[in-house]
Design a protein around this ligand. Structure first.
Ligand code: SF4
Length: 389
């Protein structure tokens, strides 16, 4: 059976963070929540007929803030998935949560229902930074949420952290990293703050740490986490041995996954598609048998190859040359030539089998990836011309 990951997007939050441009709305209209759940249940049932040959080995409830939905609705959705899809007994079932909606009774009930991994948005250990980001919890409350998750029985815990915040220095950021380490999570995700247009924080135009300062923060974090036993397995993700996120790994391996909910993405059968980001339009569309697809593309060789290079270079495992040739039937030499320049500059390494970015290379990965994508386009074009003769 082919394996499949399932993503459920829950677009509700208690309050909107100042930097957020994710698809989420405030948790004020309980009717909309009911309608959203009905739409998701209907969508799951209707889609499942096409996936009878698949075994689902990861399920991820993301958002938004899934815990805002409450136990009744979350369990209803999970049970619907279990009824209509083949869910492996060992499936990783992740729930994203925020400190303000992670009370012990709720987490206990969800753990009992089958969720076995939890990812909590902590972001910083500095209450002033949390306030500036528009987060509605303190670090004490985040610690309480972690305690609740452990008391509820979650032995696979991931915490989110942010860097590159206005006014942040390497010192204050490392203080947050060390506080997070003290909470002993199995997994840590750490992303740089991006000022997304139209968000309240963007409009304030705060001064962010310079690129050099952010590079220092990043390097200090990677080293500190490594010293504490966290293996970096992707640009922004770190895990204790054996505790990598199986679901996220699917995105980086070009494995198949299926999304439900507004703004969710899917990649199945060589096709990539996403649903509308308009929450109401998604709900109305599903409940009234309307169209909710926003983007759709057949993923051709050039795109697949480009994506593969891009995603693999984000991971610590890098690009396995032989695997690449087996997968695409294309000579790796043009890419090796480009990569050798980056190896000389200390941004990449080669062990005779795989090419990987160094931590210095991870920080400037976008320009290296762009360089390889140019090679990918040229290579596929040459191959197509050659094959058409
Ligand atoms: S909790 Fe997450 S999804 Fe919700 S507003 Fe904040 S950043 Fe956005």
């Amino acid at each position: 059976m082919q394996s499949l990951g399932i993503y459920i997007h829950v677009p509700f939050c208690k309050s909107k963070c100042g930097y957020c441009d994710f698809c989420s709305t405030l948790d004020r209209e309980s009717v909309q929540k009911d309608r959203y759940v009905n739409a998701i249940l209907k969508h799951i049932e209707e889609s499942s007929e096409l996936f009878t040959k698949y075994m689902v080995d990861t399920v991820y409830f993301g958002g938004g803030t899934p815990t805002i939905l409450g136990k009744k609705f979350l369990i209803l959705i999970l049970k619907k998935l279990q009824k209509h899809f083949n869910i492996a007994k060992t499936a990783e079932i992740t729930l994203e949560a925020n400190p303000e909606s992670s009370d012990l009774q709720l987490l206990k009930r969800l753990k009992k229902a089958g969720f076995n991994r939890i990812s909590i948005g902590v972001q910083s250990s500095d209450d002033e930074e949390l306030k500036m980001l528009g987060r509605i919890h303190t670090f004490e409350e985040a610690k309480k949420a972690v305690d609740n998750a452990r008391s509820a029985g979650f032995i696979n815990l991931s915490l989110d952290l942010m860097y590159g915040l206005p006014g942040q220095t390497s010192e204050t950021f490392l203080a947050s990293v060390n506080q997070i380490i003290k909470l002993t999570p199995e997994h840590i995700s750490c992303y740089a703050l991006k000022l997304e247009p139209k968000t309240p924080l963007y409009n304030v135009k705060p001064t962010l740490p310079s690129d050099d300062e952010q590079a220092d923060m990043y390097e200090a974090m990677v080293n500190t986490l490594a010293q504490s036993g966290y293996e970096q397995y992707e640009i922004s993700n770190f895990a204790r041995k054996g505790m990598r996120s199986k679901h996220n790994q699917k995105y980086w391996d070009l494995s198949e996954y299926l999304g439900f909910g507004p703004s969710s993405h899917s990649f199945c059968g060589g096709r990539r598609f996403s649903y509308t980001k308009d929450i109401k339009a998604y709900i109305d569309g599903i409940l009234n048998d309307g169209v909710v697809i926003d983007e759709f593309e057949e993923v051709g060789t050039a795109n697949r190859l480009g994506e593969y290079l891009m995603l693999r270079l984000r991971t610590a495992d890098g690009i396995d040359e032989n695997q690449f040739v087996r997968k695409f039937g294309i000579d790796f030499t043009p890419f090796a030539n480009r990569l050798s320049k980056h190896i000389e500059n200390g941004y990449a390494s080669y062990d005779g089998n795989s090419y990987r970015l160094t931590s210095k290379g991870f920080f400037v990965s976008n320009s290296i990836i762009l360089d390889l994508l140019t090679a990918a386009e040229e290579t596929v074009r040459v191959k197509n011309i050659f094959n058409s003769k």
